[in-house]
Design a protein around this ligand. Structure first.
Ligand SMILES: *Cc1c(COP(=O)(O)O)cnc(C)c1O
Length: 476
């Protein structure tokens, strides 16, 4: 029986090489050098077990038992298992601060600083002047105060944590008055009412979805009120017949009753964006100047830094917040501080900001750079996509993303790919989108209106050659 099978090019279970023989085979050397004996032995056992099963079930082609064939399968399996799960991608979605793609990209200064902090001891909580214990917040609080006009500052893991901490520290078992028009849900299950509950604060909703007046706040204030709070609407806009009470008026109402006014600014920009041709967004400094006693905002949205939640405001409130045990639970690590400090430093020289701060450079990337790039890459993508698709260089609109300025859109340029055959394009566009996503550096676009759109705003010139090289061959 076995002879018959082998005559037909099939091997029997008894022909399967031993683990020891394979481990000594020349062909396994590279896998052993790369992945180590432990992993290679485990992978070989899995491969041999599969071969044995198939041999017993009817036979395995003899050539699959060669050491070279076993080595190739083993290496492929181990290489695949070792491939990083967190990978670089090209963000051609048109959303610059894309939460699912990691939001802000850090400038070189921040990268160098993180590298230093990763590979050498640093004075994270060590006062170099006195030789005594330091506070990690000291590394950035002066800078934050300088850039916002606040008296004091602290930092936690993200802005959701900042809001949670602020509410727990200042409003535990007390009332927080918020307009119904500002009870927002931010992506990823951050809802103001839920955070409020978890923080132990009681939400007192005032006004209606579209209109809230000063009297609504005033009438809601009682003996249990801890603060009046405003929340940036971030990812949606209330338009039409609307009325809200601005920070200055809410602050005046709060102060008249001896209460603090707090603002969750969400994206929280540190500079007037209109000087860069971007839409107006209240800065943190303006919000503090308008009377807010405490402002929270994200580190990795418009600020362009690492994921972090920044709290700035009155010194007595910040002191209280820093004493809350949640502060310890939500504190940032040294990598965050190492990245944040150089980013904040960049804001000291606003004239260089649009060049040096990656987020701002992308948001202000001029059409005269993007359009020719789209025209250069049109042919590259057309060749890679093949004759079933038509590729055009077209104007489009980018978005800032992460809840910043939800309505305003930035004129941009990119590639629109349409299915050139007859019939419904959906499946064909999905296929192309999948092929682009499976490239060594995945290309992420978006499908809408029967086309695949690749917005080139975030493909900087220095990355163009590598991007095009991936598309040199037709996509399989
Ligand atoms: C984005 C946002 C948050 C959450 O900030 P993260 O840094 O993502 O935790 C909270 N509030 C508002 C208004 C936001 O826009």
């Amino acid at each position: 029986m076995a002879d018959q099978l082998s005559g037909a090019g099939l091997a029997a279970a008894s022909d399967i090489p031993s683990l020891d023989r394979l481990l000594n085979a020349e062909a396994l050397r590279p896998a052993l050098a790369t992945h180590g004996r432990t992993q290679v032995v485990a992978a070989l056992r899995r491969d041999l077990e599969a071969l044995r099963k198939r041999a017993l079930d009817g036979g395995v082609p003899r050539h699959e038992l060669d050491a070279a064939a076993v080595a190739a399968r083993t290496s492929a399996a181990l290489d695949e298992a070792a491939r990083p799960r967190l990978r670089a991608v090209y963000n051609l979605t048109g959303t610059v601060l894309h939460t699912n793609l990691g939001r802000a990209l850090l400038p070189d200064e921040a990268v160098a600083s993180v590298l230093r902090a990763l590979t050498s001891p640093a004075n994270l909580e060590f006062d170099l002047d006195t030789g005594g214990r330091g506070d990690r917040d000291d590394l950035i609080d002066d800078l934050l105060c300088e850039l916002t006009g606040a008296e004091a500052a602290t930092v936690v893991n993200n802005n959701a944590a900042a809001v949670l901490l602020m509410l727990n520290a200042l409003a535990d078992r007390r009332d927080v008055v918020v307009s119904r028009g500002e009870l927002v849900e931010i992506g990823g299950a951050f809802r103001i009412p839920d955070i409020m509950k978890r923080a132990g604060a009681k939400l007192v909703e005032v006004g209606t979805t579209n209109r809230t007046h000063a009297a609504d706040y005033e009438n809601a204030i009682g003996p249990r009120t801890a603060m009046l709070m405003k929340v940036h609407c971030s990812n949606y806009a209330v338009t039409g017949f609307t009325k809200s009470v601005d920070v200055a008026d809410v602050a005046a109402l709060a102060h008249a009753r001896g209460l603090p006014a707090t603002v969750d600014l969400g994206s929280g920009t540190l500079v007037d964006l209109t000087q860069f041709g971007l839409p107006k967004e209240d800065t943190v400094r303006e919000t503090i100047a308008a009377g807010a006693d405490l402002v929270t905002f994200s580190g990795d949205k418009l600020l362009g830094g690492p994921q972090a939640g920044l709290l700035v405001g009155r010194a007595d409130l910040i002191r209280k917040i820093k004493k809350n045990p949640l502060k310890r639970a939500l504190r940032v690590g040294k990598l965050t501080l190492a990245a944040l400090e150089p980013v904040l430093q960049l804001y000291r020289a606003p004239e260089f900001l649009a060049q040096r701060l990656t987020t701002l450079r992308l948001l202000t990337r001029p059409m005269r750079d993007i359009q020719p790039q789209a025209e250069r890459l049109r042919g590259v993508l057309a060749h890679a996509a093949g004759p079933s698709y038509a590729v055009e260089a077209v104007p489009m609109f980018s978005q800032i993303g992460s809840g910043a300025l939800p309505i305003d859109q930035l004129p941009s340029y990119g590639l629109a790919v349409r299915y050139a055959g007859s019939g419904r394009p959906g499946r064909h566009l999905d296929r192309l989108e999948t092929l682009l996503r499976r490239l060594p550096v995945p290309v992420i676009g978006r499908i809408a209106d029967d086309a695949l759109w690749l917005d080139l705003r975030c493909l900087e010139d220095r990355d163009e050659a590598a991007f095009a090289a991936q598309l040199a061959e037709p996509l399989a």
